[in-house]
Design a protein around this ligand. Structure first.
Ligand code: BEZ
Ligand code: FE
Length: 311
């Protein structure tokens, strides 16, 4: 049965009539008149799906209480530097799916902008602006391999370069840790924002990225163990690219030969984000990475570039 806002409310799904057929509808209809349309729609659907899930798996009281304790443990271990809730979502593919939903429907079919993928918990709003040609390596790590990364940012429809685009970059060090996680790294190590020049170009030095494990000492680790999965992310460089009048893109770039590229534990890899690092002739770098970025124009009525909140 379909209720207001298109939310089906009160079916017993595959379990037929074994359970009270009116219960879910009753819970949804108790939402008060002051609840705005969008939260009413989202919460009605959430209640319906949760109730259907409980009926479908015939959730036991012990399983329900295990789930409650698990949710509590996510909150208890979270801090300003550790967003365990987001990590649980990542392990379950939720952040990747939300990203897909947010980005698919906004595009014209003839545009092919750079694919987005998840933000993850390590973006910082405080990364410093650096000059084109600078390095983001503040604290060299013994086995870090320096890469010269460069490319052009263009309009997805016209191919014209986009000057003054902000390319915000962050990556883990060669020990697999971000500055947030590692007391031996200075603040903003391996982070930087660059503005493209009049030809739409950006260029700078970074490290060839390193695969790393999600922390396994908390709820995400327990969940991965229960799911019999490894905790590894393939090596990657994060980018958040924004320009006036264009839809921002948040993405990650992966070495094509990374052993975890096909089993990323947070499901963020897309084929067009797999890249080849090449040997460099630049005396300051061992490797060369060319990556051109393409942005879709914002259409009338589309929201301004999304500013991420951090916890
Ligand atoms: C990351 O891309 O940095 C990341 C994403 C999800 C979970 C942990 C890390
Ligand atoms: Fe990362």
């Amino acid at each position: 049965m379909t209720g207001t806002n298109g939310v089906s409310n009160g079916t017993n799904g595959a379990t037929g009539d074994r359970f009270d057929p009116d219960f879910t509808r009753h819970v949804i209809e108790n939402i008060g008149p002051a609840t705005p349309d969008r939260p009413r729609f989202v919460l009605s659907s959430l209640i319906k799906h949760l109730h259907d899930f409980i009926r479908e798996v015939e959730l036991t009281p012990e399983e329900w209480m295990t789930g409650v304790q698990f949710i509590n443990s996510i909150g208890q271990i979270s801090t300003a530097k550790r967003n365990e809730g987001q990590r649980i979502c990542d392990v379950l593919g939720i952040e990747s799916l939300v990203d897909e939903v947010a980005n698919k429907f906004m595009l014209d079919s003839d545009e092919n902008p750079t694919s987005s993928t998840i933000l993850g918990p390590f973006w910082s709003p405080h990364a410093p602006f650096r000059e084109l040609g600078d390095t983001i390596v503040q604290d060299p790590y013994p086995d870090g391999k320096v890469a010269y990364m460069h490319g052009v940012v263009t309009d997805a429809k016209t191919g014209e370069p986009i000057p003054n685009t902000i390319v915000d970059i962050w990556q883990a060090s060669s020990n697999g840790q971000y500055d947030f996680q590692d007391d031996n790294q200075s603040v903003n190590n391996l982070r930087g924002k660059f503005r493209t020049n009049e030809k739409g170009e950006y260029y700078y030095y970074c490290y060839h990225p390193t695969a790393y494990s999600l922390p396994t000492d908390g709820p995400a680790g327990k969940l991965l163990k229960l799911l019999d999965r490894h905790p590894m992310r393939p090596a990657h460089i994060h980018l958040m690219v924004s320009a006036d009048g264009y839809k921002s893109v948040t993405t990650q770039l992966f070495p094509r030969d990374d052993p975890y590229a096909s089993t990323d534990t947070v499901f963020a890899v897309k084929d067009d984000l797999l890249l080849d690092f090449k040997p460099s002739t630049d005396p300051k770098a061992q490797l060369d990475l060319e990556y051109n970025i393409s942005l879709a124009r914002l259409k009338a009525g589309q929201p301004a570039p999304f500013l991420h909140t951090v916890f």
